[in-house]
Design a binder for this molecule. Sequence first.
Ligand code: ATP
Ligand code: MG
Length: 665
Amino acid sequence: MSAPQTAIESVLVENRVFPPSPAIVKAARISGMAAYNALCAEADKDFEGFWAKLARDNLSWKKPFNQVLDESNAPFYQWFADGELNASYNCLDRHLGTPTENKKAIIFESDDGKVTNVTYKELHAKVSQFASALKGLGIKKGDRVIIYMPMTVEGVVAMQACARIGATHSVVFGGFSAKSLQERIQDAGAVAVITANYQLRGGKELPLKAIVDEGIAMGGCESVKNVVVYQRTATACGMLAGRDHLMHELTAKAAPVCEPEFVGAEHPLFILYTSGSTGKPKGVQHSTGGYLLWARLTMDWTFDIQPADVFWCTADIGWVTGHTYVAYGPLAAGATQIIFEGIPTFPNAGRFWQMIERHKVTIFYTAPTAIRSLIKAAEGDEKIHPSRSDLSSLRILGTVGEPINPEAWMWYYKNVGGERCPIVDTFWQTETGGHMISPLPGATPLVPGSCTLPLPGIMAAIVDETGKDLPNGSGGMLVVKRPWPAMIRTIWNDPERFKKSYFPEEMGGAIYLAGDGAVRNADNGYFRITGRIDDVLNVSGHRMGTMEIESALVSHSTLVAEAAVVGRPDDLTGEAIVAFVVLKRSRPTGDEAKAIAKELRDWVGKEIGPIAKPKDIRFGDNLPKTRSGKIMRRLLRGIAKGETLTQDTSTLENPAILDQLAENL
Ligand code: ATP
Ligand code: MG
């Protein structure tokens, strides 16, 4: 092939474009591309005025702000700094006395299928009383509180109660080990831990409190004075007198009213550790005012939230998605949302589809990893295929967490959305607080595999290593050229790492470096994320995103369920491509593996070009993933090179898989 670069581009140049239907456009909050362009133009013309108006219109301020953006100590930007507000007030009290107060805030479905409804008024009462209880323990504004809870109403109550009293929460995903917990307690200097005795997942009772005890016992956690335990199941857990309290006992004794503690807009609402796909997790610190504004606004813009919607974001509160689109955004918007305790495969892999039917979900937001595994399950067993459930209530679908392969996008579009629902492929990060690049459902024509265009006010661009703009059509580094209200404020305890990671000197020190590679389409300027900067491959001088080759592999849809591609140093070609592949059938070995590997290599050769053929293909039952379901390519790079493992694997979900993948064909 004479021009491999062009050929590589072509595999993901999607010809399919899916414009929103006229009916969707007509009903949407941001209706049509002209409305989107008008908002972008407003932000261009008067950047601070644009944000100030939105902040005044969308949040309740105890003390109005005069200052909008303060850049005097860049890159430690401040927004609305002299204003005062409370996040819990904006999510709860704001709805009291309006028709929303008797609306369902949460429809909770437990692991075993029991459904509980909580109205806004009831949620306000629960949060207020628990906030009083926390205050009674001496927890006050500025203290850090670790939340290590299952997906339950109480998990959200714990977050909101911290916000109500001005304590900074740091949620740790319930699947993390005692060691990870200990590290986060120490790093945050937490004064308290809120947990549950057990969590219920997939019909099993899994300990949480025992892990908290183990983590604290590892030492260095002397800052923790109180542990509050939500009794999720009847099984008792160990309680340390003086330190440990049962949530319901504590709450029963507490005053039902708790006035919100109004804080400055820059007050840290939470610290959240990133998922650790690329290295040691970073304690991302977020503000109150700017963060909440974006949580609220993106509900309107990206999800077009309407009063009658039933919103379901499947993310755990342990991830940023579960912060912005479970604990804060939907409540700030006065929406009804689903909270699901269990897992998508219990009692069978049709659970999501059955729940959408049961609760008449209208907006469904999940991760590509979930979609891929449900595709695999549905194709193996027609009883759990989405077509078995009535999904006609759905009007908008969304994805987040990783690039979605066009193949998986099409499946989701057809089989879940009935070719009727726009898919918002939302690109964002723990650090960005909310969506950054995403279609608007009533405006943007969709292209499978592309997150399309930046939201209004988000100055995303693609640059080279020196920060210089690159023309559309050439791949480079994704950056944001102006600060935005919901951006990360610092890395907790490590301002230097904050500057180095996100505002590198080589790029001038003032533009936000996302760490992802991207390319903009030459015709329409649409963004496509090509993978982490570290994952860009250079084979015989040809630069390729790992995503391109992965998508080509996955497009062999009869054979391949999932694929991850990394580079390995190679004397001849600079870098050689190594692919780790999970098949739809069981893992092959010996000659059969060799034959399938050859078939896949030829397939990639045909789809992209010979230059992109993986030199080495390894088969696994699974891929190494973070607990949030992201493929950990950094570990695969080590395996591809034949290294023994010395890296941080604290956030890895399935360590045993590494040995299997290390085996040669
Ligand atoms: P760490 O920063 O510790 O390595 P992480 O980056 O995986 O962990 P998150 O903040 O949870 O932690 O994930 C953000 C990343 O997820 C983005 O930088 C991007 O790589 C990926 N991502 C999220 N949404 C999308 C999307 N819609 N399309 C492509 N990639 C996405
Ligand atoms: Mg990251």
